[in-house]
Design a protein around this ligand. Structure first.
Ligand code: SF4
Length: 144
């Protein structure tokens, strides 16, 4: 699956959940997206839910921003670094982020970072439309 395919899929899953929450306050919506509630009530939202597993070992994990608004990806790559294609980066250069470096690719590794999973961050960047909240995440080639 490409980044773009995943992005579309996750945005649509988010929209499906949001439909059920019409009329709820921001606080109620954020509360609904807590990991413990999502595991019970939205089993299709994340493949880890079936094993009751968190993507980050964080007690108050919130799944509203399953993907991070600070993430940047480009399906055909940004540039070459030491002969490897850089496919994704962190726009704020979080000190908790790192890189997956393979033979010919480099991907942003967010496994050590909980920035978008904190309630405070979600409140500050809240947007009921996930695609709007994530509008800068997908980077297009100049030719597109
Ligand atoms: S490293 Fe953290 S802040 Fe940066 S894109 Fe990943 S989750 Fe977001």
């Amino acid at each position: 699956m490409t980044y773009s395919q995943w992005f579309e899929m996750q945005g649509n899953l988010h929209a499906e959940v949001m439909k059920k929450l019409e009329g709820k306050t921001q606080e109620e919506i954020i509360e609904y997206f807590r990991f413990e509630n999502m595991v019970k009530n939205e089993p299709d939202f994340c493949p880890l839910y079936k094993d009751n597993k968190k993507c980050h070992d964080y007690e108050k994990l919130n799944c509203y921003f399953c993907a991070c608004p600070n993430f940047r990806f480009k399906d055909d790559g940004f540039e070459k670094q030491d002969g490897k294609t850089l496919f994704s980066v962190c726009s704020i250069k979080s000190r908790d982020g790192s890189q997956f470096i393979g033979d010919d690719y480099i991907h942003q590794n967010c496994s050590g970072c909980i920035v978008p999973h904190r309630d405070k961050y979600i409140k500050n960047h809240f947007n009921k439309n996930w695609f709007e909240a994530m509008k800068d995440v997908k980077v297009f080639s100049e030719t597109k």
